[in-house]
Design a protein around this ligand. Structure first.
Ligand code: AMP
Ligand code: MG
Length: 354
C-alpha cells in the first residue's frame, strides 16, 4: 500500500514542539515515523502495539527473526520492560545513557513477541538526540526502532537517505539533519556471565572495559562465520550498496599499491570503480590510474569522522554508479572495531590481503 509520507524538517537542537506533537500523534495512532538519533535514523512505532510494529517490518522488508531495539527517554521507563535489572546494568546506564549503548536484558511480558523475535531478552537504549528524546517523551511510549533503511542497504544518516528508501511506505520522516555518530549503537548482552559485545558501535570496547573490567567480544563481530549469531541481525546481508565492495587490508603502502592495481584491472574490464580512502592515502589516488569516484572518509587519526561519513559514502558510490567499491581497512581499535565490522559486512567478507 502506498502512503503519503509526511516530511517534517525540524531544528535538531531545539525541536519545534508542534512538529514533535504531530509526529507523536502519528505514533500514538499506531503509525510509523522515521526520526534522527545520534547514531543513525530510526524507524519508530509503539513498542507495545504488535500491529504498529508489524508495519516497521513491512516497510523495511526486515526478516521477522531479527529483533528490534526499544527506545526510552527516562530511566524509570525501563522497569516495565525487563524481568529484572542486574546491578551492572545500572552502572552502565549511569555512565553511558543517554547514548549509543543498547543493553540486552531479560524481557518482561509486556514486550510483544514481534519486537523480540520470540527471544526471552529485549534490547533497550536511551538515545541522546534531542529530537529522539522529545518525540519519545511526547508519545509517552517506549518506541521500537530499527534503522530507517530498506533491509540490507546502508543505514540512513540523513533524512534524504530515509526518503530514498522508504518514501511512500511510512507515515512520516522527521528530518533533523545528519546523525552525529553515523554508526548504530553498541549492543551489549548482559544476560551472560561475562558481558558480551554482540555488535560494536558508538560506545567502544575500551569504554566498556573501563567500567566493567571484563568484557567479551562475540566472534561474529570480527567476521567469524557462526551459524547462529547471538544478535540475529548479524547473519544477514547488510550495509550493501549496489556495487560490490572489497576490503583491502595490510600495511598502508601495500594497501594503496594494491588498490591502485585493482582500479586499473577492473577499469580495463569496463567496470566503474570507486575508492573509499583516508586523508593519509588520498594523494595515491589523485594520479593515474584514477578511480571513477574517490571518497575521502577522513583522517585515520580521527575515526569518529570516518564513522560519521561511512554510510553516506557507500550511498554516494551508488549515485556514481560504481560497479566495484574498494575500501581500505583501518586499525581495529576504539571506533575502528565498529567501522571495520560494518565494512566487512558491507563487503560480505570479501577481503583482499595486500
Ligand atoms: P538495527 O536496529 O537495525 O540497528 O538492528 C538491531 C540489532 O540489535 C540487530 O543486529 C539485532 O539482531 C540486535 N538485537 C536486538 N534485540 C536483540 C536481542 N534481544 N538479543 C540479541 N540481539 C538483539
Ligand atoms: Mg539496521
Amino acid at each position: 500500500m502506498v502512503k503519503r509520507t509526511k516530511y517534517l524538517k525540524i531544528d535538531p537542537l531545539v525541536p519545534e514542539l508542534h512538529k514533535i506533537r504531530l509526529a507523536a500523534r502519528i505514533l500514538n495512532r499506531g503509525g510509523v515515523v522515521a526520526f534522527p538519533t545520534e547514531t543513525v535514523y530510526g524507524l519508530g512505532a509503539n513498542a507495545l502495539d504488535s500491529r504498529a510494529v508489524r508495519r516497521i517490518f513491512a516497510a523495511k522488508g526486515r526478516p521477522a527473526d531479527n529483533p528490534l531495539i526499544v527506545h526510552i527517554a527516562s530511566f524509570r521507563d525501563i522497569k516495565a520492560l525487563v524481568a529484572y535489572l542486574p546491578p551492572r546494568a545500572n552502572l552502565l546506564m549511569q555512565r553511558f545513557w543517554p547514548g549509543p549503548l543498547t543493553l540486552i536484558l531479560p524481557r518482561s511480558e509486556v514486550v510483544p513477541d514481534i519486537v523480540t523475535a520470540g527471544l526471552d531478552t529485549v534490547g533497550i537504549r536511551m538515545p541522546s538526540h534531542p529530537v529522539a528524546q522529545a518525540l519519545i517523551r511526547a508519545a509517552r511510549l517506549p518506541i521500537a526502532a530499527p534503522s530507517a533503511n530498506t533491509s540490507g542497504r546502508p543505514s540512513p544518516t540523513t533524512g534524504r537517505h530515509v526518503l530514498k528508501d522508504l518514501r511512500g511506505k511510512i507515515d512520516a520522516v522527521v528530518d533533523g539533519g545528519p546523525a552525529m555518530v553515523g554508526l548504530e549503537s553498541t549492543v551489549l548482552d548482559l544476560t551472560v556471565p561475562v558481558p558480551t559485545i554482540l555488535r560494536p558501535g558508538g560506545i567502544t570496547y575500551e569504554d566498556l572495559q573501563a567500567v566493567l573490567g571484563e568484557v567479551a567480544i562475540d566472534p561474529a563481530v570480527r567476521g567469524s562465520q557462526v551459524a547462529r549469531p547471538r544478535a540475529p541481525g548479524m547473519k544477514y546481508k547488510h550495509y550493501a550498496p549496489r556495487g560490490e565492495v572489497y576490503l583491502v587490508a595490510g600495511e598502508l603502502d601495500r594497501v594503496t599499491a594494491k588498490t591502485r592495481a585493482l582500479v586499473a584491472t577492473w577499469q580495463r574490464t569496463g567496470r566503474r570503480v570507486a575508492v573509499l580512502a583516508t586523508r593519509e592515502t588520498a594523494p595515491a589516488y589523485e594520479q593515474e590510474p584514477r578511480p571513477d569516484y574517490l571518497e575521502i572518509l577522513g583522517s585515520r587519526s580521527q575515526p569518529a569522522t570516518i564513522a560519521a561519513n561511512l554510510f553516506s559514502a557507500l550511498r554516494n558510490c551508488d549515485r556514481h554508479q560504481a560497479d566495484v567499491i574498494l575500501a581500505e581497512a583501518i586499525a581495529e581499535e576504539g571506533l575502528g572495531l565498529a567501522i571495520m565490522n560494518r565494512l566487512r559486512k558491507s563487503a560480505a567478507n570479501r577481503i583482499i590481503q595486500a
